[in-house]
Write a protein that binds this ligand. Sequence first.
Ligand SMILES: *Cc1c(COP(=O)(O)O)cnc(C)c1O
Length: 409
Amino acid sequence: MAYDDVFQRAVEQLHAERRYRVFADLERRVGDFPRATWHAPEGPRDVVVWCSNDYLGMGQHPKVLAALTETATRVGAGAGGTRNIAGTNHPLVLLEQELADLHGKEAGLVFTSGYVSNEASISTIARLLPNCLILSDALNHASMIAGMRGSGCARKVFRHNDLDDLERLLQEAGRERPKIIAFESVYSMDGDVAPIAGICDLAERYNAMTYLDEVHAVGMYGPRGGGIAEREGVMHRVDIIEGTLAKGFGVIGGYVTASRPVIDAIRSYAPGFIFTTAMPPAIAAAARASVEHLKNSQVERDRHQRQSMQTKIALAARGLPVMPSETHIVPVLVGCPEKAKAATDMLLSEHGIYIQPINYPTVPRGTERLRISPSPAHDDALIRDLARALDAVWSKLDLPRRYEAIAAE
Ligand SMILES: *Cc1c(COP(=O)(O)O)cnc(C)c1O
């Protein structure tokens, strides 16, 4: 068996489907966000990044950097072990308290990423519930799906954000069977928002648990950055709230918050928590500084919303097909993987603008798009430059300008 040939052919398949991915080799610069150095094949160049998930620029906030460096200098680089064996560092304990408080829950548990937090928590709670049925929104993130699969439990998918479809499945299952409804607050590819209160009403009526991924909302929505559930006054009605420390909070790591028994069970039973080294203490301190800052500061959230709105207005004014979004995400439809790639290549090489094309399987075929994420640091001049550049690229490549015309079913 020529092993390498197998892998070579697998990669060639992606080339044939025009969805082979190329990474941009970037170097971010403190104080210069959202600008970065792009290590291009021909040498380093300045670019403006328009697709970062460091939504608020907290990755270089002075308080976050101070906590990181001060803690690393004082206690060292690594955690030194799993949480069971020497890895429970004091800054991590403080971070978990901070996160429990953020979501108004009894307890919190930190993981090395949001992906791991979803995978480990969902698989563990579903496995511990006898004959559990998981009801999953059709657009849930890959990490939640990995957790559902890992649980070995039955799973039914309800139509995206569709309360009637969810109720039909709840009715079928009956009140007695243990059920978990798993969903997100902000869906990051379309920028739409779940009907959280409506889902909680159904969960109460049919006696189901609720598991909410607030990854694209924490730090950014709610008076203290607790997410959409906080903004809508329903945090206390959601059983388990999961989030990341890597996007709005700008660092790395993931977490769940819930009642003490739920968190204690995950802590005690989840292999993805038990058998891996803990988050380094300096990272925990940096993340906590970020969470704490955003609990008390509204200016980043206000400016984030303003600049996102300004971006949508500027692009729409130039006749670009901005997809409807209720949040800070600005998706612009292209509808074809080759053209999405050609557009982003041209933006980078001719305009110094870095946006990654979003292709299948992240979004359905025919809805390939540019997903633009403005931050508080994308000022009005940068927004004008972006609109001008996109307009030029759209004309040069003769891309469709009407959203309705090419939207997939
Ligand atoms: C990014 C993402 C995650 C994973 O979070 P990481 O901290 O990046 O591992 C989980 N859920 C959703 C919806 C995401 O977009």
